[in-house]
Design a protein around this ligand. Structure first.
Ligand SMILES: Cc1cc2nc3c(=O)[nH]c(=O)nc-3n(C[C@H](O)[C@H](O)[C@H](O)COP(=O)(O)OP(=O)(O)OC[C@H]3O[C@@H](n4cnc5c(N)ncnc54)[C@H](O)[C@@H]3O)c2cc1C
Length: 210
C-alpha cells in the first residue's frame, strides 16, 4: 500500500476556533507551543472534542484490497472517493491471463497475503473475471466476480476527532492486519507537529507480520 498526505489543516486554525469561544486571540502563537498545549487541553483533556473537527486531513490511499475498503467504509465520520470498478475494469481486460504462481505480476491487481494457497485462489478469480470481461459481459455484471483481494484506491478525508477513533480501533491487534498496517502508516505520515494529538490512541505493538 502507498499512502500520501495530500493536505492538512494547520494547527493555528484549530487554536483560532478554540480561542473564538473565549475571544482570547491575543494568546495565539501561530501553531506554536501555546497553541499546541491549548488544543490538547481543550480537545482532549476537557473533552471539548468537537474543536478537533477543525483539523482535517486528506490522504491518497493506493494499493489496498476491497476487503480493507469495506471495513474503512464503516467509518462514517470520514469521506471516501473510491476508484470505480465500473469504469476501470478495462485495465484488467487488456492484460494476458496470469500464471497461478506468478504473484509478482498479479500483484498489480491483487493484495497478496503471503499465503500461496490464498494468493493462487485470488489469481484464479482474477483470470476467471478476465475471461468473463473478454467474452463481452458488461463491467456492471462482471464486477460481481471480483475477489476481495482486488486492489483499489481512494482519496480519504477525515477530521482529527474521527481519526483518533479510527486509530484507536484499527491500530489494535483485534483489527484486520491490512487495516492495522494502514492505521500505523497513516500515523507515520501525519505532520510531526500533529502526531502528539494521536499518540495515545495508537497501539504501538509491532506491525502485522501476516
Ligand atoms: C476489531 C473490529 C471488529 C469489527 N467487527 C465487525 C463485524 O463483525 N461486523 C460489523 O458489522 N462491524 C464490525 N466492525 C465495525 C465497527 O462496528 C464499526 O462500524 C467501525 O469500527 C466504525 O467505528 P465507529 O462507528 O466508531 O466510526 P464512525 O462511523 O466514524 O463513527 C464515529 C463515532 O461517531 C459516533 N456515531 C456515528 N454514528 C452514530 C450513530 N448512528 N449513533 C450514535 N453515534 C454515532 C460514535 O461515537 C462513533 O464512535 C468491527 C470493528 C473493529 C475495530
Amino acid at each position: 500500500m502507498q499512502i500520501t498526505l495530500l493536505h492538512h489543516t494547520p494547527l493555528n486554525v484549530c487554536a483560532h476556533a478554540i480561542r473564538t469561544c473565549w475571544q482570547s486571540f491575543e494568546n495565539g502563537d501561530e501553531g506554536g507551543e501555546k497553541d499546541r498545549a491549548l488544543i490538547d487541553r481543550v480537545g482532549n483533556k476537557f473533552k471539548h472534542a468537537s474543536t478537533l473537527e477543525h483539523l482535517v486531513y486528506t490522504f491518497y490511499i493506493q494499493g489496498v484490497s476491497r476487503a480493507l475498503l469495506q471495513e474503512l467504509a464503516r467509518h462514517r465520520m470520514a469521506s471516501p472517493s473510491v476508484k470505480s470498478t465500473r469504469y476501470t475494469l478495462k485495465e484488467l481486460k487488456e492484460c494476458e491471463p496470469f500464471a497461478e504462481d506468478d504473484f509478482a505480476a498479479a500483484q498489480r491487481f491483487i493484495v497478496l497475503t503471503d499465503n500461496a494457497q490464498v494468493d493462487s485462489a485470488s489469481i484464479k478469480a482474477l483470470n476467471a473475471l478476465q475471461a468473463i470481461l473478454k467474452s463481452g459481459v458488461s463491467n456492471d455484471i462482471a464486477k460481481y466476480a471480483l475477489p476481495e483481494s482486488y486492489k483499489t484506491e481512494l482519496t480519504w478525508t477525515i477530521n482529527a476527532r474521527s481519526l483518533q477513533n479510527f486509530l484507536h480501533l484499527r491500530s489494535n491487534k483485534a483489527a484486520l492486519w491490512e487495516i492495522r498496517d494502514m492505521a500505523h502508516n497513516i500515523y507515520e505520515i501525519l505532520p510531526r507537529e500533529h502526531q502528539y494529538l494521536f499518540e495515545t490512541h495508537l497501539y504501538t505493538e509491532s506491525k502485522s507480520d501476516a
